[in-house]
Design a protein around this ligand. Structure first.
Ligand code: DC
Length: 223
């Protein structure tokens, strides 16, 4: 069978990762969560008191960072220098650190080959901000998922509460607005819709409806 690459891009909280996980199970494709890789670099900086605002310093510690992706029962686990950090990287403070370090050229270069390599010999669903534009510009299927910031914040807030994190909706909304701004306005590989990506707005869709729309797009492209 031919290999397919599905690029799912968009701002945080639009539903990319939940959709990507279910889609990967349904199609048997490998799911690659590229945001998790940026989060891992953000986490390393927080753990080692590296100022994430200091681009030179962050760039200089990259050789000390080894990130591995493992798949356990179809779920991506992320390993930082031998330790499974899949849960830690979901902390809200790590989100902001990831958004900061992801603006740096050296950080993006550091992760680009790893991201392209996983997509070389297998079918993948990769989610992120620049997959359709930079990482896999030749992807067969590209979808750009957007949604109103308040609706996205409510979804993120619910997820964080379920994970036991104590945070207000207002804080989550402010973080989302700041991250949208950082991710969209940076010089290096900003969040952008590829010319050939299909736009999907999930503001008024629940998960099942959003998933059904994605599946329809994917099936039409694969047939
Ligand atoms: O998707 P996420 O929220 O887990 O991503 C965390 C941060 O990483 C996000 O603020 C932007 C950055 N990111 C990126 O710059 N490029 C990607 N391909 C994926 C994520």
């Amino acid at each position: 069978m031919k290999n397919y690459r599905i690029a799912l891009d968009g701002p945080s909280g639009a539903g990319k990762s939940t959709i990507a996980k279910r889609l990967s199970a349904e199609l048997g494709f490998v799911y690659v969560d590229t945001g998790a890789m940026y989060r891992t670099i953000g986490l390393y900086c927080l753990q080692n008191n590296i100022d994430t605002a200091d681009e030179q310093k962050v760039s200089s510690v990259l050789p000390k960072i080894k990130i591995e992706l493992k798949y356990v029962d179809g779920e991506q686990r992320i390993i930082l220098n031998g330790a499974d950090v899949s849960s830690e990287i979901r902390m809200n403070e790590v989100s902001m650190a990831a958004s900061k370090v992801s603006a740096y050229k050296e950080v993006r270069k550091f992760l680009l080959d790893a991201q392209r390599n996983v997509a070389k010999e297998q079918s993948v669903i990769m989610d992120g901000r620049d997959i359709g534009t930079v990482v896999l510009p030749d992807a067969e299927i590209k979808i750009f998922i957007v949604g109103d910031a308040t609706v996205r914040a409510k979804r993120r807030h619910k997820e964080l509460l379920e994970k036991g994190q104590n945070i207000s909706l207002q804080e989550v909304l402010e973080d989302i607005i700041t991250r949208d701004h950082n991710d969209t306005n940076r010089a290096e590989s900003p969040l952008a819709q590829a010319d050939d990506a299909i736009l999907l707005d999930t503001t008024y869709k629940n998960f099942e409806q959003a998933y059904a729309s994605v599946l329809e797009i994917v099936k039409s492209k694969m047939s």
